[in-house]
Design a protein around this ligand. Structure first.
Ligand code: NAG
Ligand code: NAG
Ligand code: NAG
Ligand code: NAG
Ligand code: NAG
Ligand code: NAG
Ligand code: NAG
Ligand code: NAG
Ligand code: NAG
Ligand code: NAG
Ligand code: NAG
Ligand code: NAG
Length: 811
């Protein structure tokens, strides 16, 4: 209330006076004393004297004017604090801005530019930039704080090098949280070779953000699919800089180089009055600069139990013994006997790669990828090549070639770019045949010269296939991020009872598709030939016509390609029916022997659930997610059915306690089964079971008849023994992509954690499944390891058969 009044008052004053009356400028006659504050014209930033927490030292700094928690974004006298409050910031006779003590000549800090003319003034702009202007009409500036950045990157700030003046804007961490002095970590662009951003510890590179790939830095593959920040990279004769701004200008954001060896992105949360942390980088061992040494390749998804370090194809450990002991610092060397630069040389394409350090690489922007290959092949010192801008067509994307060490190369599971490494004829042939054996590993694709005809040709075919489906799954993933509700005015058909009676042959048991706690589903055929699925709801819910209609309309608005579409409804006396599109493939239970397909199904279900939980206007908790409620369309796309039932049948929208437990044995979370507590996390639990079932090809409830342990218990046992892959359905054969399966098993176990708080949200799950480079938390022992579970006494099971029972009872 106070806040509101405050804003109104401010608005009023603004309206009366037109502009902010605050002082935003220091002039010769108007210095700034300790205690005074300059406020930028739009009142966004303030400049004045401050002391860090737990310190009495005085510094001149800039902070957000409107943010309650004083957040310093720039400091002048970082290493020379004033110890009392006699500081004064003024324009001196040379026109420079200087920080001194009253009546003393010692200069604590100065803009220190030569040739400044008379009548200069320092103005704090609304971007947070303090600018020293020349002359009365401020047509030129001689200094700006954005060129002397502290530890904080703000929107519109340039990170990088002015090639004309040589100025490099380096962001340096504070020493400690109470000492803004120059710390040990700095973030800066280096322009040798192709410009790259680095995090340094002193003079040592600790993390390479990488070179610009056209849409982001090669070391941050998810940067290209970011909807918060708009990054612009400029690389020309004048400068090599990156600038960012927010797509939504009302979001307050900053990046900080911390004293903890990280670069953190933060956004201000108006609701909680806190800085929310976005990303923190670097992450994980593969981000450590050159973790696997020269010619090494860091891959976090190496087989369980092995090191994350590989050698690039065609290379072998420099010191096999140390390598074996997991000391990879010596890196790799070219394999003994390799005959580079002889007939039959070719390239192996590695996908999703953070390309090697480009400090010693050459860039040719007038060459396309095909010509790049020719350039590299024709130069015996060239060890590999890549596109300089992956957002452009292959012919226009430029060419980077490496001629010496290839350091700090790593893989990502998605995004990043392709890297083409030169190998000799023997290695190429080896690789082709190996690849044919392990066609499911889509990491390595072989592009050969036509010389090694047979093997390579076969590999080529394989590559097309893998390449194609991979691109597709990527597309659909990206699609899911932008999917919106389609069709605002939903075209819902109201069916007569007689129409549906005819369509289903008077609800003939021959047309029965399934039964569950909410009712019975029948297949039907309308007179025009359209096939439908009719769900005849149990008659117990006491909803009236208008109420029912309202809800149906709401639910019909939930449209997503992974949800079954509601096409209409029927209400007649006590009869309530919902009419859905009919899907020919019965359900998930029908077997699919291709891992790729199963993985896509898992992702599709996750997207559908995410939409129900977070993206749609209603928050729907499904409460009865199970294999038979996931239908597959003709293209085997999963579609969740029955998603509005919880709502139509009287469930609340958010976490709640329900008197009526609706769910299915084997899929219910402990808190739901035992206490009737449901939340999005109980759906996550069901999702986890579903994932494990899809991987194993077995049902949780029917698992291992001979032992007391169920599917979760079985998976957990194998996980603990570090043999999780043994759980995989053997009928998948060698279509299995081990890293995807491992990821899914890991996610599955996290979903079935005993405590709801330990389970991820669907948003987390989508992120994990999109194989972004995150370290997933280690799971604890899941819930329900044993088949015989004990429900509290008042929870009785109404069963139809043990495999697929729905529990429906009043508590
Ligand atoms: C300030 O000092 C107190 C007492 O020494 C300590 O508990 C607290 O953590 C310090 N705060 C900061 C921000 O360093
Ligand atoms: C502030 O401290 C300086 C020494 O650092 C001293 O010379 C000066 O007199 C002090 N001023 C006040 C007002 O205490
Ligand atoms: C100003 O710059 C000169 C040379 O560029 C340097 O020697 C001097 O120490 C600087 N003074 C201050 C107060 O930073
Ligand atoms: C600045 O003004 C002073 C007198 O006001 C004059 O002596 C001096 O030459 C001027 N400097 C420049 C660079 O114009
Ligand atoms: C500074 O401003 C005064 C008027 O305030 C003007 O007379 C003088 O010429 C200006 N000097 C310069 C160098 O612009
Ligand atoms: C910076 O690094 C040096 C050398 O490793 C170390 O002595 C010093 O304590 C570090 N400074 C901070 C603020 O951590
Ligand atoms: C992104 O930034 C560039 C450069 O500042 C700007 O031209 C462009 O309009 C921005 N795009 C959006 C969508 O904000
Ligand atoms: C921009 O962000 C503000 C504050 O977070 C939010 O209220 C507003 O809806 C956002 N605008 C858009 C177009 O997303
Ligand atoms: C650095 O790490 C410490 C301990 O985890 C934490 O308290 C502090 O907030 C971190 N500093 C920054 C700037 O993130
Ligand atoms: C602010 O924080 C709350 C609580 O953590 C969170 O629910 C909300 O989404 C945040 N708002 C934004 C704009 O991120
Ligand atoms: C590559 O890494 C090796 C081993 O760490 C190092 O000796 C070499 O100087 C590095 N080369 C380049 C070009 O940075
Ligand atoms: C750059 O690429 C073009 C086109 O492939 C080629 O003609 C030219 O020689 C290349 N320049 C260098 C320096 O290699």
């Amino acid at each position: 209330m106070y806040l509101e009044r405050g804003i109104t008052l401010a608005l009023l004053i603004f309206l009366i006076f037109g502009v902010c009356t605050c002082i935003d400028t220091i002039t010769l006659t108007q210095p700034l004393k300790d205690g005074d504050v300059l406020v930028s014209n739009g009142e966004t930033f303030a400049l004045g004297f401050f002391s860090p927490p737990n310190s009495t030292n005085r510094y001149v700094g800039i902070w957000y004017n409107k943010i309650s928690e004083q957040t310093i974004v720039w400091v002048a006298n970082r290493d020379l604090p004033i110890t009392n409050s006699s500081g004064i910031l003024s324009i001196d006779k040379t026109g420079n801005l200087v920080l001194q003590e009253k009546d003393h000549t010692f200069v604590y800090w100065s803009t220190n530019v030569s040739g400044v003319v008379n009548n200069s003034s320092a103005q704090l702009l609304d971007s947070g930039n303090l600018v020293l202007f020349q002359g009365l009409n401020k047509d030129m500036y001689s200094w700006q704080s954005f060129d002397y950045p502290p530890n904080t990157i703000l929107p519109y700030m340039k990170i990088g090098v002015d090639r004309k003046t040589g100025l490099n804007r380096v962001f340096t961490s504070w020493k400690y949280s109470d000492d803004p002095g120059f710390g040990n970590y700095s973030h800066k662009i280096e322009v040798v070779g192709s410009p790259q951003l680095f995090l340094f510890q002193g003079m040592t590179k600790v993390w390479r953000t990488g070179s610009w790939t056209g849409s982001g830095w090669s070391g941050i593959p998810y940067m290209g699919v970011n909807f918060l920040y708009n990054f612009t990279f400029i690389n020309n004769a004048d400068e090599a800089v990156i600038i960012y701004q927010m797509y939504n200008l009302s979001i307050i954001s900053r990046f900080v180089v911390t004293e903890n060896k990280t670069l953190v992105s933060l956004t201000w949360n108006e609701t909680t009055h806190n800085w929310d942390e976005g990303t923190t980088t670097p992450v994980g061992r593969c981000d450590e600069y050159n973790h696997c040494g020269a010619f090494g390749l860091c891959d976090l998804y190496n087989k369980v139990g092995t090191s994350e370090c590989n050698c690039l194809p065609g290379y072998e450990p420099q010191s096999p013994f140390e390598w074996y002991l997991r000391d990879s610092s010596k890196g790799c060397k070219i394999k003994a006997g390799t005959q580079i630069c002889k007939a039959g040389d070719g390239f192996i394409e590695l996908t999703n790669i953070k390309v090697p350090d480009t400090s010693t690489a050459r860039v040719n922007m007038s060459s396309g990828l095909q010509a790049c290959k020719g350039l590299c092949l024709g130069d015996c010192t060239c060890m590999g090549y890549a596109s300089a801008d992956v957002t452009k067509e292959a012919e226009a994307g430029g060419c980077i070639t490496w001629h010496g060490d290839m350091n700090d190369t790593r893989t990502f599971t998605d995004g990043a770019q392709s890297f083409y490494i030169r190998v000799d004829a023997t290695e190429l042939a080896n690789y082709s045949s190996k690849r044919l054996k392990r066609s499911h590993k889509n990491l390595f694709l072989v592009i050969g010269t036509p010389m090694i005809a047979a093997g390579v040709l076969m590999a080529k075919q394989n590559e097309d296939e893998v390449g194609f489906s991979f691109t597709n799954s990527l597309k659909s993933l990206k699609g899911s991020l932008t999917e919106k509700i389609i069709g605002e005015n939903v075209d819902l058909h109201v069916f007569d009872l007689s129409t549906l009676t005819t369509a289903t042959d008077n609800f003939s048991h021959l047309n029965k598709l399934g039964v569950d706690g909410f009712g019975t589903v029948y297949k039907g055929k309308l007179l025009n030939g359209q096939e439908i699925a009719v769900k005849r709801l149990s008659q117990s819910s006491g909803q009236g016509m208008q109420e029912f209609k309202n809800e149906v309309t709401l639910i019909a608005k939930l449209q997503h390609k992974n949800l079954v579409r509601l096409v209409g409804y029927c209400f007649h006396k006590k009869e309530k029916m919902l009419v859905y599109e009919y899907l020919p493939n019965k359900g998930l239970d029908s077997f699919i022997f291709d891992w790729k397909k199963r993985f896509q199904i898992i992702q599709g279900i996750a997207r559908g659930l995410l939409y129900l939980h977070h993206d749609s206007r209603l928050r729907i908790i499904h409460r009865d997610l199970k294999a038979s409620n996931v239908l597959l369309d003709a293209d085997l796309n999963p579609k969740i059915s029955d998603f509005g039932m919880a709502k139509i049948c009287g469930g609340n929208e958010d976490e709640a306690k329900t008197r009526r437990v609706v769910g299915t044995y084997g899929y219910m979370s402990p808190e739901y089964a035992m206490q009737g507590l449901f939340s999005v996390k109980s759906d996550v639990f069901s999702f986890g079971i579903l994932v494990l079932e899809i991987i194993s090809g077995r049902k949780n409830s029917s698992y291992s008849m001979e032992s007391s342990i169920n599917l979760i218990g079985h998976v957990w046992d194998l996980w603990k023994q570090e043999k999780p892959l043994l759980v995989v359905d053997s009928s998948l054969g060698d279509t299995v992509n081990e890293q995807e399966v491992l990821l899914c098993i890991h996610v599955g176990i996290l979903c079935v954690q005993e405590l709801a708080a330990d389970r991820p949200t669907m948003t987390d799950i989508i992120f994990m499944l999109s194989k972004h480079e995150t370290v997933l938390p280690s799971p604890n022992q899941p819930a329900f390891l044993f088949k015989k579970r004990r429900y509290s006494r008042d929870c009785e099971v109404v069963s139809i058969n043990d495999d697929d029972i729905t529990i429906l009872h009043a508590r």
